[in-house]
Write a protein that binds this ligand. Structure first.
Ligand code: BTN
Length: 272
């Protein structure tokens, strides 16, 4: 019997993903070199985290056709039925800088650009890192770090891309869309996967070489709603409203209120 903490054994890589990865190998660097595919797992982030804790290198990639316990931000579940989406987690070994929070913005830029490139759709970022078409979400990103004595050991960047239209649960219907639903034609998941991994590899390398300045500028260009939008968020005993005023160097959302500029680091902001 495998112990509870051991990931399930991965399957042979399906032909479509294998061919796409082989074709993109040179552009992917270490990303996808150590590749694990599952028909069904609880959460690909959990599997990638366990692999990272047992020494898996940067770029280790976990893909599942379905998740039974897919996780979203703020403790939500990520609806992950078979065949409807691409459920992916990659291991990063970022070193001391920048912070894990900034790596999630880097991932947001990379994935937004990858989806724009493969689909031609006007994919935008909504703070902190939802990828949207208009007001509908097409991809969610969940970055989870592991630290030891204050130092980041690894970061798992998990992303779920909606590939095909499905009957979403009531709370999602009207708020989610998919690549095939928008394009009205089939989309090859291997192309979406390799474009995503390539964009992550490129942007992570850029940040290591040039720092976070250029990628934050790119994030701002892809996230027009981060300036001049009306938002509200919960505060103890009520709700605060304000107007978005960009992000700072740490990726926090700045919001102008009657009382000055608030800096929102985590938590839920509702766009009005
Ligand atoms: C969000 O928008 O709330 C983040 C959603 C992240 C979902 C992905 S799917 C692959 C990876 N595994 C998980 O359990 N979550 C992420």
């Amino acid at each position: 019997m495998p112990r509870e903490s051991e990931p399930p054994a991965s399957l042979a890589v399906p032909g479509d993903l294998d061919a796409a990865l082989a074709g993109a190998r040179r552009r992917l660097g270490v990303f996808g070199r150590d590749f694990h595919h599952f028909e069904t797992v609880g959460s690909t982030n959990d599997v990638a985290n366990r692999l990272a804790l047992s020494g898996a290198p940067e770029g280790t990639t976990v893909v599942a056709d379905a998740q039974t316990a897919g996780r979203g931000r703020m403790g939500r579940t990520w609806y992950s039925p078979s065949g409807a989406g691409l459920y992916v987690s990659v291991v990063l070994r970022p070193g001391p800088t920048p912070s894990p929070a900034l790596w999630t913005l880097v991932a947001g830029v990379g994935l937004a650009e990858a989806l724009r490139r493969v689909s031609g759709l006007d994919v935008r970022i909504k703070w902190p890192n939802d990828l949207v078409l208009g007001r509908k979400k097409i991809c969610g990103i969940l970055a989870e770090g592991s630290a030891s004595r204050g130092a980041t050991r690894h970061v798992v960047v998990g992303f779920g891309i909606n590939l095909r239209p499905v009957a979403y649960p009531a709370d999602l219907s009207g708020r989610a869309t998919s690549l095939e639903g928008e394009l009205g034609r089939p989309v090859e998941r291997g192309i979406v996967l390799t474009a995503s991994l390539e964009a992550l590899a490129t942007h992570i390398e850029d940040v290591r070489n040039s720092g976070v300045g250029p990628i934050l500028d790119r994030w701002r260009a892809l996230a027009p709603s981060s300036i001049g939008s009306q938002v509200e968020w919960r505060i103890p005993g009520g709700v605060q409203r304000g107007t978005t005023a960009g992000i700072d160097q740490d990726g926090a959302l700045l919001v102008g209120t009657g009382g000055g500029i608030e800096r929102i680091v985590a938590g839920e902001v509702r766009w009005l």
